[in-house]
Ligand binder design. Structure first.
Ligand code: NDP
Length: 324
């Protein structure tokens, strides 16, 4: 018998339930894990609330964790008991033990701890595809980043600075502004108090930015579009303040022939080759110290509801770990 955080109905943090669950022996192509660190991500909130479809209930929540291989099923090559591994974008992570398809598992290099992997695998692979896939950032680009002191934000800003970009980060408090500046942002804007587009134009001599990486969604759509240079790109990759449901394409013409992408990590890691290449690139920048994991808070796994409350109330910084 093992424990996991499940939901039996959609709703607020109170629907998270610390349940006993059965873990069967691994089937063909599966690996049995003892998990050592679980990552908290905003997608967990969207799935808990019903914004993103979850399928049948009850369901163990969570999309990312690190751990140790306990046993492997038939047909599994390349993994053996004792291996340190991690995964992202595989539902069912809020658990002490679980089964995962070997195809989704990544071996961890010695330079990346279990906690770092669980903290930044999903957010770091996201930063990687945003910077290298969605809008390939070049040295000399000035870029805008919403929620710059969050999980994705702190990784993306460190990595973008290393690519030679000037990062303007939007944050919700002075404490978060300082953290963002220590992690790659050349400038910060408190978007609860300041006019974002006006400040961006001041900072870019009236030109605007090449790209806005915007995970806040509805509340910052206009600020993002108004901050772009002519033919600039909005990469809208999240909905922390609510989804964008009414974008009039004519606005993109009026505001300077703009581009918009609404990407998801799942597309960028859809094959084993893409997943491994994305993770290897992330492990390289973690291993060399160019990017470091900032674990802002830790909770016991059974206290996942408190972690959800803090994430939704904008009380967290960087990445968050749930400890089984
Ligand atoms: P964060 O750690 O960034 O937490 C969210 C942050 O968003 C908050 O700390 C807060 O920072 C800011 N925010 C602004 N408005 C709100 C609001 N109304 N409610 C809550 N938060 C708000 O989370 P993650 O790093 O896990 O994820 C960041 C975003 O990226 C999420 O929107 C997530 O869905 C998205 N994402 C998308 C992926 C994709 O492939 N499309 C993959 C991974 C993440 P502040 O106080 O500074 O405003």
């Amino acid at each position: 018998m093992s424990r996991a955080v499940r939901i039996h109905q959609l709703g607020g943090p109170e629907v998270l339930s610390w349940d006993e669950v059965d873990i069967p022996a691994p089937g063909v192509g599966q690996v049995a894990l003892r998990q050592t660190a679980v990552g908290l991500n905003f997608i967990d909130v969207y799935q808990r609330s019903g914004l993103y479809p979850l399928g049948e209930l009850p369901q163990v929540l969570g999309m990312e964790a690190a751990g140790v291989v306990e046993s492997v099923g038939e047909g599994v090559d390349g993994f053996a008991p004792g291996d340190r591994v991690a995964y992202a974008m595989v539902l069912g992570a809020y658990a002490e033990h679980r089964l995962v398809d070997a195809e989704k598992l990544l071996k961890l290099p010695d330079s990346v701890s279990d906690e770092s992997a669980a903290a930044v695998l999903l957010q770091g692979m996201t930063a990687r595809y945003l910077l290298k896939g969605s809008f390939p950032v070049k040295s000399g680009d000035t870029i805008l980043l919403m929620a710059a002191a969050g999980g994705v934000g702190l990784i993306l800003s460190q990595w973008a600075r290393d690519l030679g970009a000037t990062v303007i980060g939007c944050v919700g408090s002075e404490e978060k502004a300082e953290l963002a500046r220590r992690n790659g942002c050349a400038h910060t804007i408190n978007y609860r108090e300041e006019n974002v587009a006006a400040r961006v134009h001041e900072l870019t001599d009236g030109e605007g930015v090449a790209v806005s990486y915007d995970s806040v969604g509805a509340a910052t759509l206009e600020a993002s579009l108004d901050s772009l240079r002519p033919t600039g790109t909005l990469v809208s990759f999240g909905n922390a303040s609510g989804p964008i449901t009414n974008l009039n394409l004519g606005l993109l013409a009026q505001k300077g022939s703009l581009y918009v992408q609404r990407p998801t990590l799942a597309t960028y890691i859809r094959t084993r080759e893409l997943l491994q290449a994305c993770a290897d690139d992330l492990f390289d920048v973690l291993g060399s110290g160019l990017v470091h994991a900032h674990i802002g808070q830790r909770y016991r796994l059974e206290q996942a509801a408190d972690a959800h409350r803090d994430l939704e109330a904008r009380r967290t910084t960087g990445s968050t770990i749930l400890v089984p």
